[in-house]
Write a protein that binds this ligand. Structure first.
Ligand code: TXA
Ligand code: MG
Length: 347
């Protein structure tokens, strides 16, 4: 479906006026505001209930506007931009003085990406053509369009559920194709090598190494120092309201049986066949393919979260590199949903 020009014009006018607009990207839906306008950016934090020291990603129509936002851009960053933009890769770079501190959470760096969704790109281009917000900076700050700590939306209806009355316009671009948030790499450190992976995503370390010949360092475990820098680095994140627990494939039927025998309603997210006799309270089965699994993951968690289950049981996924980004989201969701770890052993 070609982007609706009236809707885009309305979105541009709202953004120029400092209002919030939800927009689809190829990863998840974002809650956008003029990144050069600190008042507009503060509205994002208020709508999400997000702590103000968590930096936002700035979305651009193309790498051509990158130097308004970032300085001392290393050649590796240009190579990655050339290879993966538009697409699900965020680069963390040193910021220019023009970047409001409200966007960076007070840091000297800024996260930037060019999203791959045609509607997001059409909006960013129209926004730039209309002057591009304060100072003609042409950047839209857009975190995922969910309340803080909750599951990212991959469908316009999810945004309505999360933020309905808090956003003036929701652009509907259908289901997000990637389904989990962008890969983030930090290229802001002096000496530039090795670059650091801050958040795993669809673009893998292997793909990055194939372009620039350098493997990014693995994400660091969260610490008091790093936690505010990447909100995805908080252990409790991307979480359903229902408690959630990861269970190995071999124990799945047994755990469901234990829950049923204690009359606890169990919602199951699996990728292998369940025997008919297992019959959980609710069931979503996802494909055993990391990209297709990722695409459907958040919608599945959202659906299971609404079944009034006592517990969401998720079948563990393969422990291989191609599942790393999904594994990261599942681990955090289970942690954020907050069930005491040993409760299934004492039914
Ligand atoms: O796919 C995505 O990246 C989506 C879509 C909407 O573009 N956006 C998204 O935004 O996931 P959000 O705010 O939910 O997550 C952005 C992440 C946070 O973990 C934040 O800490 C990190 O990016 N980030 C942003 N700027 C940063 C910086 N300067 N240094 C380190 N981390 C940064
Ligand atoms: Mg988020």
């Amino acid at each position: 479906m070609p982007p609706d020009e009236n809707e885009i014009a309305r979105a541009v006018a709202l953004l120029q006026a400092g209002e919030l607009v939800a927009l689809p990207t190829e990863t998840v839906y974002g809650l956008a505001a003029d990144a050069a306008n600190p008042i507009a950016v503060r509205r994002i934090f208020a709508a999400k209930g997000r702590p103000v020291d968590h930096p936002l990603i700035v979305h651009l129509a193309g790498a051509g506007c990158l130097d308004r936002w970032a300085r001392d851009i290393p050649s590796l960053a240009w190579e990655l931009a050339e290879a993966f933009w538009p697409g699900p890769l965020t680069l963390v770079l040193k910021r220019t003085p023009a970047v409001p501190t409200a966007v960076t959470g007070g840091q000297e760096t800024v996260g930037v990406r060019v999203p791959g969704h045609p509607l997001a790109l059409a909006l960013l281009r129209a926004y730039a053509a209309a002057g591009g917000g304060l100072g003609g900076m042409c950047g839209l700050a857009a975190p995922s369009a969910n309340r803080f700590g909750r599951i990212s939306p991959t469908d316009a209806a999810h945004v309505r559920e999360e933020l309905g009355d808090k956003v003036r316009l929701i652009l509907d671009g259908g289901r997000c194709q990637v389904g989990i948030e962008s890969t983030i790499v930090d290229l802001s450190r002096d000496g530039a090598l090795p670059l650091r992976l801050l958040r795993p995503g669809r673009i893998t370390p292997e793909q990055i190494a194939a372009v620039i010949g350098v493997w990014p360092e693995a994400p660091q475990p969260p610490s008091a120092e790093t936690a505010p820098r990447v909100s995805g680095s908080l252990e409790a994140h991307y979480a359903p309201a229902t408690p959630m627990r990861l269970v190995p494939s071999a124990r799945l039927a047994e755990v469901i049986g234990i829950l049923r025998s204690t009359e606890r309603r169990c919602a199951v997210l699996c990728h292998s066949e369940l025997a008919d006799a297992t019959a959980p309270h609710a069931l979503v089965s996802l494909p055993v393919d990391p990209q297709r699994y990722a695409r459907a993951l958040y919608a599945a968690l959202r659906e299971l979260d609404q079944t009034a289950a006592d517990l969401i049981v998720v079948e563990e996924i393969p422990a291989t590199p191609e599942w790393a980004a999904v594994a990261d989201r599942l681990r955090r969701a289970a942690c954020g949903a907050g069930l005491p770890a040993d409760s299934l052993n004492r039914p």
